[in-house]
Design a protein around this ligand. Structure first.
Ligand code: ARG
Length: 288
């Protein structure tokens, strides 16, 4: 009897998805008017492959329109012709509790993007804006959960930047070692699904064995992505607590997201993939 009863309870729990709530977000984006692949700083970038700029613009506008249709606010940064990667706005700063930690790029080709972001934040009246001493590529390597700031290192951001972020934001920073060059930024291998409840999805193979153990310990219920979905940059996704915007090609993530009560929204950002980025890379969240 007891066994049957327990079995029933388990089945019920599995079938009843948690109820989810979207909360309105503020995002900073930069139109890909000058997006090009003229250099290669990650394995996705091949300057020999042509980029269809009007298509990139249309795909990016679709993403922006989805955000506004979902009730989110999108602010825009002016694209600069000399900065072809500027569309990847997530890399330009990290904003938590209204405080802005600027970026310092690892590659000279992107260095000037950091200043463009700082100028924007100051012009918007943000009072607490810090220019960093150490290399960090903004939300490319910093992911904010309820309890932590998860921080990638190994390809771009320096471990010293992790300490700097912890001191600046006053939140515990958990350093994670990235080991696969295809997943050179944390946001290519890990996505925060519910930032009010420490819920994430990630691709374990992108991390060192020790970092995998840390993730398993801190997030035992995480959604674990398969290699195919990670390779479609399916983890380069943005969640508002209910809707998860992600590349449609990451088909294997849709059912597990729905089973957890999320509403996946598939998008085609194939042109931006040529730069090594997708939904999240194009989206910087302005928190607080
Ligand atoms: N081409 C850019 C770079 O390699 C892509 C950045 C993608 N952004 C991101 N948040 N992962 O720096």
């Amino acid at each position: 009897m007891a066994v049957t009863h327990d079995a029933c309870a388990i089945t019920l729990r599995e079938e009843t998805a948690v109820s989810r709530d979207a909360s309105p977000r503020r995002y900073l984006m930069c139109p890909p008017a000058h997006f090009r692949v003229t250099y290669s700083i990650n394995p996705w970038m091949d300057p020999a492959k042509p980029v269809d700029v009007p298509l990139a613009v249309a795909q990016w506008e679709d993403l922006r329109d989805r955000y506004t249709a979902l009730g989110h606010t999108v602010s825009l940064l002016d694209p600069r012709p000399d900065l072809p990667d500027m569309v990847f706005a997530a890399n330009g700063a990290t904003v938590v509790d209204g405080r802005v930690l600027g970026a310092r790029f690892a590659h000279q080709e992107r260095t000037a993007e950091a200043g463009a972001h700082l100028t924007w934040f100051r012009a918007q009246g943000y009072a607490d804006v810090q220019e960093p001493a150490h290399v960090n590529e903004g939300e490319g390597d910093f992911a904010v959960t309820a309890s932590y700031i998860l921080a990638g290192r190994g390809f771009r951001s320096s471990p010293l930047a992790h300490d700097e972020a912890q001191e600046f934001f006053g939140r515990p920073v958990i350093g994670l070692d990235l080991v696969d060059p295809r997943y050179y930024h944390l946001d290519t291998a890990l996505c925060v699904l519910d930032d009010a409840a420490d819920e994430i999805m990630y691709y374990p193979e992108a991390f060192s064995p020790g970092s995998r153990s840390v993730l398993a310990r801190l997030f035992p219920d995480a959604l674990i992505a398969a290699g195919d979905d990670a390779a479609a940059l399916g983890l380069n996704a943005v969640s508002d607590g209910l809707h998860v915007l992600l590349p449609s090609a990451a088909a294997g993530l849709f059912a597990p997201l729905r089973a957890r009560g999320f509403e996946p929204v598939g998008l085609d950002l194939s042109e931006l993939l040529k730069g090594g980025g997708s939904v999240k890379c194009c989206t910087q969240e302005l928190r607080g």
